[in-house]
Design a binder for this molecule. Structure first.
Ligand code: AMP
Ligand code: GLY
Length: 425
């Protein structure tokens, strides 16, 4: 049981982690660096602003200063920057993979290579060192399927993927610089299957679904995620362990074989195709906004599980984590101009009303003025989570609470938790 936990990050996912951990028995201190004004408002949580989350030495010093028994790294950038390596080298337990293992997310080409070697089913495709080199492969798939997917090879906050279903979009995607992965377009519903991994084995978190497009009905540009819900009618939590057998455990073995032992959250983005589930991507971290709906459902303390995984102790493999009855739906409120050019500084009204109605509100991009008022301070601003006896009730609760919050130019979806229709080509 860790009593002092340091969380690295500042978004809605880290707010949800802090909220969950601070409520757990035995936890005395939750420190979030750099955190945010919204996270600082959480009872029993301290933030340390001004810490560079990409600076391994600074994070090690902070963990030591607070005698943290566990450090949890939220976002992908510190993982790719080797912050987990620095903590591990300093002998500090860290939940979050070392850089060599985090490449599963930071390089789409590496992800394909490892998934291939591990025998994980995924979209057919190939990595190319430049978009120009991938041109003829892309055109071939486009002619065959009427669509093709082009993925930039680096970290892109969920926005580096273009599903090209017309020629102009394809040409624009091919004109970008840098290495790409060219992939066949898969059709189906998506599911986010995350697992807590100890390097060898994994325990499944409840299954959720993100809504990646900006507008209702899955229209508009790709975003980092406009909302999520859990559980799913079509992929019950009880089905997750089988998916871990097919996706996560083979990849953990392959990474360990390469000396890149993965300790942290491994997130498989799956497409549920008519031929079975296929891998779209692995992330080396928890999802955002998926975490905001999963953690309120968990009826078990997270801290001991994260610490056990960080120490490389067997996770309780094959077990299904207990959950509270009912469902959770999280609606993201995004700022004007998101995802391209988010505007900052708009005054947020109605937060207290939303909370009074029983919703949980996680702050992704806000700041507090000296007079106590809240302002937007990023692309995704808030995740408003409603709970209810079923998805429909949770959706109604989230929607009502989100409707009480307002700021100039706010964007949100109204169909989070509505099961997408089965997609066909
Ligand atoms: P990724 O970052 O690879 O998960 O891609 C982000 C989003 O792009 C996914 O959640 C899907 O909505 C979409 N996507 C990625 N790969 C494919 C694919 N091969 N076929 C169809 N959609 C895809
Ligand atoms: N919500 C998608 C992600 O975290 O990558």
């Amino acid at each position: 049981m860790p009593t002092r936990i340091l969380i690295v990050g500042s978004g809605g996912r880290e707010h949800a982690l802090a909220w969950k951990l601070a409520h757990e028995p035995g936890v005395n201190d939750v420190i979030v660096a750099p955190g945010s004004d919204g996270i600082a408002a959480e009872p029993r949580v301290t933030v340390v602003p001004g810490v560079d989350p990409l600076d391994g030495a600074a994070v090690v010093a902070l963990a030591r200063a607070h005698a943290a028994e566990l450090t949890v790294i939220g976002p992908e950038a510190p993982l790719a920057a080797g912050v987990a390596d620095a903590l591990a080298a300093a002998g500090i337990a860290v939940f979050g993979p070392i850089r060599a293992a985090a490449r599963i997310e930071s390089s789409k080409a590496f992800c394909r290579e490892v998934a291939d070697a591990a025998g994980v089913p995924m979209a057919r495709g190939r990595a190319f060192s430049t978009a120009a080199a991938g041109r003829s492969a892309a055109l071939e798939l486009f002619e065959r399927d009427g669509a093709v997917v082009i993925k930039a090879d680096g970290l892109a906050a969920g926005k580096g993927v273009t599903v090209c279903d017309d020629r102009a979009t394809l040409e624009a995607a091919l004109s970008r610089d840098g290495p790409v992965v060219v992939e066949e377009r898969l059709v189906g519903r998506e599911a986010s299957v995350m697992a807590l991994c100890d390097g060898v084995d994994a325990v499944a978190l409840p299954v959720s679904r993100d809504h990646k497009r900006l507008a209702d009905g899955d229209h508009g540009p790709m975003t980092g995620g406009m909302g999520a819900y859990s559980p799913l009618a079509d992929v019950p939590d009880a089905a997750a362990d089988d998916l871990l057998d097919r996706f996560h455990r083979p990849v953990l073995r392959e990474l360990a074989r390469r000396g890149a032992t993965f300790r942290g959250a491994l997130y498989a983005g799956l497409m549920l195709t008519s031929a079975g589930p296929r891998l779209l991507e692995f992330n080396a971290r928890l999802g955002d906004p998926e975490t905001q709906v999963i953690l309120p459902r968990l009826a078990v303390a997270l801290g001991p599980m994260l610490l056990a995984a960080a120490r490389g102790r067997p996770a309780s493999s094959g077990t299904q984590l207990p959950t509270f009855p009912g469902a959770a739906v999280g609606v993201v409120l995004a700022s004007q101009g998101y995802p391209d050019l988010p505007r900052r500084g708009d005054r947020i009204e109605g937060l207290a009303d939303a909370l009074a109605g029983g919703a949980v509100v996680f702050h992704s991009g806000t700041r507090r003025d000296q007079d106590g008022s809240w302002r937007t301070n990023g692309g995704r601003v808030l995740t408003v989570v409603g709970r209810g006896h079923d998805t429909e009730a949770a959706r109604a609760a989230a929607d009502a609470a989100a409707g009480r919050i307002s700021f100039a130019g706010a964007q949100r979806r109204h169909d989070i938790g509505v099961q997408p229709a089965p997609v066909t080509a």
